[in-house]
Design a protein around this ligand. Sequence first.
Ligand SMILES: CC(C)(COP(=O)(O)OP(=O)(O)OC[C@H]1O[C@@H](n2cnc3c(N)ncnc32)[C@H](O)[C@@H]1OP(=O)(O)O)[C@@H](O)C(=O)NCCC(=O)NCCS
Length: 214
Amino acid sequence: MTEPARYWPPFGLTLTTPRLVLRPIRDEEIPAAVEAALSGIHEPGRSPFSRPWAEAPEEELGPNMAQWYWRCRGTMSPGEWTLLLGIWHEGRFVGCQDVGARDFATLKTVGTGSWLTRSVQGRGLGKEMRAAVALYAFDWLGAEVAESEAALWNRQSLGVSRSLGYELNGVTRVNWGGKVHEARKVRLTPASFKRPDWQLQVEGHEPTAKFLGI
Ligand SMILES: CC(C)(COP(=O)(O)OP(=O)(O)OC[C@H]1O[C@@H](n2cnc3c(N)ncnc32)[C@H](O)[C@@H]1OP(=O)(O)O)[C@@H](O)C(=O)NCCC(=O)NCCS
């Protein structure tokens, strides 16, 4: 176990897929995350996120991202938690996949969100990282439902969901950054999950699960 994981158990968690390593973002990795975001995540003016965070000017993006990572860690408890997993591909930071829950002990439901730099989109990596957290949630944490949502126009995100077996779960009107969007909700269960043909490697599960009250 590495040193920081002795006081912050999630830092010891590592999920490995054939092409990716997913692990909670540490402070020394925040610059890599900011650089990745600055390299471009989406078409300018077309934010796919509930807050248009990636469109902030360069001098605000770094502090905002750091503050968001610290806030998620700072408020983490068994009642409400988010694991912000940095995505490493061929030794480079290329995105983030989060998985989180509220009242997990009762609801056994996780929610996810993700982004990749435009330079690596469209190669199946988004599907691979979402599959990784679905496998971790169902097979390791004991989740029974995984939920997600995306703007109706977000064909990439909805493509990942469709491809993994998520079922349609309604459309809702949302205010994202002052603009109205129609968002598609989707829902995955172990029964509908189209499992990948590879095995997820997990390190550091026990201390993380204990910390999350699981
Ligand atoms: C969403 C995102 C993480 C998906 O990752 P990705 O690596 O680009 O997607 P993948 O290559 O893994 O595609 C997965 C599936 O979606 C399908 N897909 C991808 N782009 C698509 C498109 N434009 N139209 C239709 N299907 C599409 C792929 O065909 C694939 O399905 P298949 O395996 O059945 O062929 C990535 O595109 C991204 O970061 N986008 C910007 C940020 C964002 O939208 N985040 C989500 C907010 S809800």
